[in-house]
Design a protein around this ligand. Structure first.
Ligand SMILES: Cc1cc2nc3c(=O)[nH]c(=O)nc-3n(C[C@H](O)[C@H](O)[C@H](O)COP(=O)(O)OP(=O)(O)OC[C@H]3O[C@@H](n4cnc5c(N)ncnc54)[C@H](O)[C@@H]3O)c2cc1C
Length: 645
């Protein structure tokens, strides 16, 4: 069976050249602007109100554009970004510990295992500094140290402290800042807010993105809406694994349906598995909980030296413990990047040295930190995380070590975008976790918030001007054949889902799909396993369309119907993820390929054959997808095998 075919390369035609530190400034200068008086005549749809979408809608509204903002939650400030705990990176060098834009750029390219674009990452590092100023001006209550400066802590993959935080609620505080800015524009009349509306298709007119089809989740009404440009800020697709740290509502529908309309999907198999999550407790669990990576600043990761050691942690003497991260990676210790820490945890559990139910856990121990710093100091830093852990597990981390295990957390893949954050469909821009842009094969901690806010507050509001200033926009409305067709396709899918009237719940299909993905396209992948997964997913997808039971009707609130549409998209995405993982016969970042490892069992990249972005084209479902490659060049951070030893 042909699983894919290779097409022409895809080029980032907006990629700037010249010295890297001047590229962003020059690019902004060379782009065309829209006169302030003309901006209110241009309309922009922004799907998503998380940090990326909220920041973008507020900034575009403030600039004077007419913005229509959409989200499926009841309030924009319930977007998944609110869950982010640990912090946001910025190269402020407040600690005077050797940080700089150059170092953040270097760490992020290296951390992404050389599968991201240098120009994009450098811009991200430059803009990081402005984000903090912007958020402080909004009143975001970042933690401060005694002298009044903003405090910083360390995150994996870095030897400097550059992570700004607000206890363990950084995402919530940042989102409240963006939300206030957004609401200000709502009241000023520049932003129209449409909550509880789900985008179900993209409307493409004369090759340009000109609108969306949405379902009102309360009344079930399907409508179309139009603009001069559409911005997707719809988040990541980690929930394809069913169990993940993402909010239950996170899904791929907005980006997937845009993919079906011509937007290339890049590196779909690049998934981040986070090392510090609460281990799964039972078969019926529907969600996993993250314990912020910031805990690795003070917590020490260990397992017993002896296999199957039945003793409780407190009874295992110091010399019978294996602080394996400190042992294997002495330079970074407990602060190795997430992909390395996750694999190391899996390895010790595979050796039979895991702790807790089923041996799928390792200890994260605060005893040393408590005796060194005192309980009050540890509480001040991590109090709400300790409380959350205790509420879920019934164990107090002040008394016994936490048990943690890796879980799906973030997706580095997403819609392909150029330097302007524009997809391959002109007029369709993609920002935040929904695009593939800046993290390569592994995202360093505290970099997603940085990217979402960089895209939303600073990058998109600059780059979209050039598109709006140089294009012409013919009038378009609900009667346009492209709009009628998109709407009919949405109606048809809803009718088909309800008509199946089978005997299996949507969740039961989703759970089974998730198990297949975790088993074969999770932390470790192999040729054999991926081929098996593709076969299993195809069979399960066929069964879904034969046996799914969606109770209720289309003309009212119907959460089973919402989920069914999302799971139908997850099936198609899952197949593409496996094809992408299968074709990339190297290990890189969070993507570990069993056939490609060093004699010590570390990930082995294949730079000769895989230093590219894999951008996939949808060909209708019956034909295999087409692979378009974008070559990556490294002029400033030289390709080298990563070592955190
Ligand atoms: C538990 C947890 C903790 C994290 N902690 C950190 C951290 O400390 N630091 C860090 O840097 N990163 C962290 N991350 C990652 C980070 O939170 C996310 O990557 C980031 O918040 C994503 O922001 P976003 O704006 O791209 O998308 P989201 O916040 O996911 O927002 C998506 C928006 O799109 C809307 N939407 C989606 N689809 C549709 C549709 N079809 N129609 C209409 N609306 C739609 C939703 O309603 C929502 O408003 C964490 C992630 C998790 C899961």
């Amino acid at each position: 069976m042909t699983l894919f075919v290779e097409g022409d390369p895809v080029a980032d035609t907006k990629a700037p050249s010249g010295p890297i530190e001047t590229r962003w400034d020059r690019h902004r200068f060379e782009g065309k602007l829209v006169n302030p008086a003309n901006r209110r005549k241009r309309t922009i749809i922004v799907v998503g109100t998380g940090l990326a979408g909220g920041a973008a809608a507020a900034t575009l509204g403030e600039a004077g554009y007419h913005v229509k903002s959409y989200c499926y939650q009841d309030s924009p400030r319930r977007a998944h970004s609110i869950a982010a705990q640990g912090g946001i990176n910025a190269a402020k060098n407040y600690r005077n510990d050797g940080d700089s834009v150059q170092r953040l750029f270097y760490d992020t390219v290296k951390g992404g295992d050389f599968r991201s674009r240098e120009s994009n990452v450098h811009r991200l590092a430059q803009v990081s500094v402005e984000i903090i100023d912007q958020c402080v001006a909004q009143g975001v209550p970042f933690a401060r140290e005694y002298g009044g400066l903003l405090d910083n802590r360390s995150f994996g993959g870095a030897q400097v402290s550059r992570t700004f935080y607000a206890r363990g609620q950084t995402g919530q505080q940042l989102l409240l800042g963006a939300y206030q800015a957004l609401e200000r524009q709502v009241s000023a009349g520049t932003v129209e807010m449409h909550s509880r509306h789900e985008m179900l298709d993209l409307i493409v007119v004369d090759g340009k993105a000109r609108g969306i089809v949405v379902r009102d989740l309360v009344t079930g009404e399907i409508t179309t809406d139009f603009a001069d440009a559409v911005v997707l800020a719809s988040g990541g697709y980690g929930n394809v694994y069913f169990l993940s740290t993402n909010a239950k509502g996170c899904n791929v529908t907005a980006t997937w349906r845009a993919h079906r309309k011509g937007a290339l999907f890049a590196n779909p198999c690049f998934t981040q598995i986070h090392p510090t999550c609460i281990p799964q407790a039972g078969e019926h669990q529907s969600k996993l909980t993250l314990m912020s990576e910031s805990l690795r600043n003070d917590g020490r990761v260990w397992v017993p030296k002896q296999k199957g050691d039945p003793r409780p942690a407190a009874e295992i003497p110091e010399d019978e413990r294996d602080y394996y991260l400190e042992r294997i990676y002495p330079a970074f210790g407990n602060l190795v990047p997430r992909d390395i820490a996750s694999r190391a945890a899996k390895n010790v559990c595979d050796e039979g040295r895991g702790v807790g139910p089923g041996g799928l856990g390792v200890y994260l121990d605060f005893a040393d930190a408590i005796s060194r710093l005192g309980q009050a100091a540890v509480e001040a830093k991590y109090g709400n995380l300790f409380e959350m852990y205790e509420r879920i597990t019934g164990e107090d981390p002040n008394e016994v070590p936490m048990r943690i295990y890796p879980a799906v957390h973030y997706t580095m893949g997403g819609l392909w975008v150029d330097y302007d954050l524009q997809s391959t469909v002109p007029g369709l821009f993609v920002i935040g976790e929904a695009n593939f842009s800046d993290h390569g094969a592994n995202r360093l901690g505290a970099s997603a918030l940085m990217q979402g806010l960089a895209d939303g507050y600073f990058v998109l509001p600059n780059t979209i001007n050039n598109y709006l200033a140089t294009e012409t926009f013919a009038p378009v409305d609900a009667e346009h054949p492209a709009a009628v067709e998109a709407r009919a396709a949405v109606d048809d899918q809803i009718t088909r889902l309800l008509a199946v009237d089978g005997d299996r719940t949507v969740d039961s299909f989703h759970r089974e799909l998730g198990r297949i993905m975790w088993e074969y396209c999770g932390m470790e992948r192999s040729d054999e396993g991926l081929r098996k997964a593709i076969e299993l997913i195809g069979g399960l997808r066929e069964e879904f369309w034969r046996r799914v039971k969606v109770p209720g009707s289309a003309d009212s609130l119907n959460q089973a119907l919402e989920k069914a549409g999302r799971v139908a998209d997850f099936f198609e995405l899952a197949e593409l993820m496996c094809v992408d993982a299968l074709h990339r016969t190297e290990s890189c970042g969070g993507h570990f390929r069993a056939e490609s490892q060093t004699p010590e069992g570390e990930a082995l990249r294949d730079d000769e054959n895989f230093t590219y972005v894999a951008a996939w084209e949808w060909t209708g479902g019956d034909e295999p997808p087409v692979l378009h490659k974008e070559d990556l060049n490294f002029e400033y951070v030289h390709l080298s095998q990563r070592s955190y030893k």
